[in-house]
Design a protein around this ligand. Sequence first.
Ligand SMILES: [Fe+2]
Length: 198
Amino acid sequence: MHIYEPKEFEIPELPGISSESVKQHIGLYEGYVKNFNALSKLIAELATSDWEKNELAIAELTRRRSFEFDGMRLHEYYFAQFEGGSTALTTNGSLAKIFEKEYGRGGGFETVMKKIGSIRGPGWAILYFDPQSKELLTSFVGEQHQGHFATLPIILALDVWEHAFILDYGALGKGKYIDAFFKNLNWNVIEKRFALLQ
Ligand SMILES: [Fe+2]
């Protein structure tokens, strides 16, 4: 059984997202890692002791385990996007070109992501790339898991749970937080994810 270790992120000062908010958010991320490990251990113990007797508990814990995994992995995508500090999307790079083709010029992609991120409810706005169709796809993923495109690699992950912005902007501040998120992205990180799929 693999035991995951929380990753460490070198996150600079983020204008519009306070260091206290980042600190608390990292704490939540570490909770997902811890819970995933604990559930893996518990499921294995229950399964080896008496599967029949523990069947209902195993079923519920199995459901819960992938929730924790998705929370762990999505936050790793999320925080990595801030490492190294803000850099602009490469003009005429392959990602800029596909954004222009699919979403139009002048920040069309960001506008779409902001609208998806503003959908009510806890979750994520996620950009994927489908290597079969060679197209980008966007989705609102409820909590961590409802609405993914199965098997598609993630290019960009925007956390829009309240915990990502309530400390800095209050319960109604999701829009301002999303603006700050885009201002702080290191597009090099995101472009590398896309380049690996070409
Ligand atoms: Fe989060």
